[in-house]
Ligand binder design. Structure first.
Ligand SMILES: [Zn+2]
Ligand SMILES: [Zn+2]
Length: 216
C-alpha cells in the first residue's frame, strides 16, 4: 500500500504540471487563495485543487477571464475550502454564480452553463490517511496534510461524478424575475422566494421559516 502510494506520488509530481491546462499554476492560485482567505490551510489547498479539477472536467480553463460567463458553482460547506473555490472560479454569492447548499460536506459542483456539463467533486475522507503515509517523517499532522494535498494525484484526494443540474429561471444570474411584497411585514421579496399561506403572499420569515426573532 505504502509503496504504491509513493510510486503514484512520484509519477504525479511529473504529471501534474503538464496535465493542468489552467491559466494559473497551483502555486500561483494558492498565493491568491491565502491572500483572500487570510491564512494558508489544508482547506485552501483542497479547495483550490477541487476547483481546478472541477473546471477542467467541464472544459473551463479560464474561469475568471475568457470563460467568466460560463461558470456556476454549488458549494456544500461554509468552511475554508469555500473561499478557495471562490478564488479560483471567481464565482460569488453576490453574482448568483455561487450557490450555497448547506450539506456540511467538503464538496462542490461545477457547472459549465454554456455546455450544461456538470461535475460534483467530493474530497475523500481517506485522503487524510494517504497524507500520513506519504510524509511519515513530518510529525505534525496538519503540516503532513498541507504538504500532501499539494502533491497527491487527484484520484487520491477526490471523487468526481458527472451530474445534471436544472437551474430554474429564478435562480439564474441576471435581473430578478419577480418582486412582490410580503402581506405581513411589507418587505420586498425577489425571485419567487415568497410563499402562499391561506391565500396570503408571505415572505419565508413571516411564513414561519425565520432564522431570527424580533426583539422589539
Ligand atoms: Zn482556512
Ligand atoms: Zn414578511
Amino acid at each position: 500500500m505504502l509503496m504504491a502510494l509513493i510510486e503514484t506520488h512520484r509519477r504525479t509530481q511529473k504529471r501534474i504540471p503538464n496535465k493542468t491546462e489552467f491559466m494559473e499554476s497551483l502555486d500561483e492560485l494558492l498565493v491568491e487563495a491565502e491572500r483572500s482567505h487570510g491564512h494558508m490551510c489544508a482547506g485552501q489547498v483542497l479547495g483550490v485543487r477541487m476547483a481546478m479539477l472541477g473546471c477542467r472536467e467541464v472544459g473551463i480553463e479560464d474561469p475568471r477571464g475568457a470563460d467568466k460567463k460560463k461558470m456556476l458553482v454549488f458549494v456544500e460547506i461554509d468552511r475554508c475550502a469555500a473561499d478557495a473555490v471562490n478564488t479560483v472560479t471567481g464565482c460569488r454569492l453576490g453574482k448568483r454564480t455561487m450557490k450555497f447548499r448547506d450539506y456540511g460536506k467538503l464538496a462542490a459542483t461545477f457547472l459549465n452553463t454554456g455546455t450544461r456539463q456538470a461535475v460534483r467533486v467530493v474530497a475523500l475522507d481517506s485522503s487524510r490517511e494517504v497524507a500520513d503515509c506519504v510524509f511519515p517523517e513530518i510529525s505534525d499532522k496538519y503540516q503532513r496534510q498541507l504538504k500532501a494535498y499539494k502533491i497527491l494525484p487527484d484520484e487520491s484526494l477526490f471523487k468526481v461524478e458527472r451530474v445534471s443540474i436544472e437551474l430554474p429561471e429564478e435562480d439564474q444570474p441576471g435581473r430578478p424575475v419577480s418582486r412582490v411584497q410580503c402581506e405581513e411585514c411589507g418587505e420586498g421579496v425577489n425571485d419567487r422566494r415568497e410563499v402562499v399561506r391561506e391565500g396570503r403572499v408571505l415572505c419565508r420569515a413571516c411564513a414561519g421559516e425565520s432564522y431570527y426573532r424580533r426583539l422589539d
